[in-house]
Design a protein around this ligand. Sequence first.
Ligand code: SAM
Ligand code: SF4
Length: 354
Amino acid sequence: MSRVEMGMPALRRSGRPSLDGRPDTSELIDRFGRIAHDLRVSITEKCSLRCTYCMPEEGLPPIPRDELLTVDEIVRLVSLAARHLGVREVRFTGGEPLMRRDLEQIVAGCHKQAPDIPLSMTTNGIGLAHRARRLAAAGLRRVNVSLDTVDRAGFARLTRRDRLDSTLAGILAARDAGMAPVKVNAVLMRPTLSGAPDLLRWCLDEGCQLRFIEQMPLDADREWARTNMVTAAELVDVLSSRFTLTEAGRGDDPSAPAELWQVDGGPATVGIIASVTRNFCGSCDRTRLTADGMLRSCLFSDQEFDVRQLLRSGAADAEIADLWRGAMWNKSAGHGINADGFEPPERTMGAIGG
Ligand code: SAM
Ligand code: SF4
C-alpha cells in the first residue's frame, strides 16, 4: 500500500477534521476501533545531544518563542484530555524535556489539574541528577532514560557528545528519588550492537528495566535503510551469547509494545520493541501533541491539527475537544514502513516527540 492508500496525505495543518461516521463517544476513537488513552506531549525541540538516529548535527531549527506552548497552555490541554477525552496517562518528551527550565512547573500544574493521571517523561537524563527529587516532588512518577551503550567512546560517537557520565548519574538519581523502576531505552544501531550485553549487564546490576527499540525511519539525516537496520531477531542472537533468554510475552499488558524476554531464568527481563519488523499499529493507543501545539494521531502521519491557534483564539474546552476527537478519528491504519513507496514523514523524531 502507498502512503496515500494508508491515508497519509502530505503535511496538512489547520482546518477541521471530518467527524463523518464517528460514533457518539467522548473518547478518542478512530475508524479502526482503536481508542487513544496515552498522550505524548513534546515540550521542546531543543536537545543536549545529537543522536545520529534522531537529530541533525546542528540541531533542529528553533521553534520561535511565541509558537512554543506555555506552561498554562500545556496544563490546560493535559487537563482537558484527562477530563473530556479519556486520556489515562501522559508522558512528556521532546527534544529533551530537561532543556525546559519550567519543566517542574509543567509537571506540578498537570499533577494539580489531573491528579489521577500518571505523569512520566522520556529523557536522555542529562541534568536529571540535579532535578530528579524536585520532579518527583512535583508529581513525576516514572522516567524512561535513553541510553544506547555504556561504552564512553561509543556513546560519544552515537550522540555526538561526550556525556555518558551525566546520563548514568541521571538514571541513578531518578531511581534513588523513588521513580523506580527506571526504564532504559536503547535504539538498535549497528555500531553499538556488540555492546548490547554490557548494557544489559549494567541495567540488571542497577535495577533498571532495559528495552531495545528497532530504529525507525525518523532520523533528520535520512540515513535509515531497511537493508542495514538491526532487527530484533539479530539482537536476540547477540544477547544469547552471554545470557539465556526465554520468551515471556508482553507482561501484564497485552497491548504493550515491548515483547519481554526473561534473563537467565528471571525474574529480570529485557524488552524488545520491534516497531519495524513486528509492528503493533493495530493496538496503538497513542495521541500526540507537539511542542508548537499541533495534534498528531501517529508518528508517521503528515496530518496535523493546529490546537495552539484554537486555544489562543479563546476557544472553549468543548471546541478543542472536538478538534482532538476529529484528529484521532482520521488516524491511519498503520505506519506503512514496510509498504512499497514508503516515504518518511516531514517532521523527524525530535520534532514530533518519541
Ligand atoms: N530526548 C529524550 C530521549 O532521548 O529520551 C526524549 C525524546 S527522544 C526523540 C524519545 C525516544 O525516541 C528516545 O528513546 C529515543 O531513543 C527514541 N528515538 C529517537 N529517534 C529514533 C528512531 N529513529 N527510531 C527509534 N527510536 C528513536
Ligand atoms: Fe536528543 Fe533524544 Fe533525539 Fe537523542 S533521541 S537527539 S537525546 S531528542
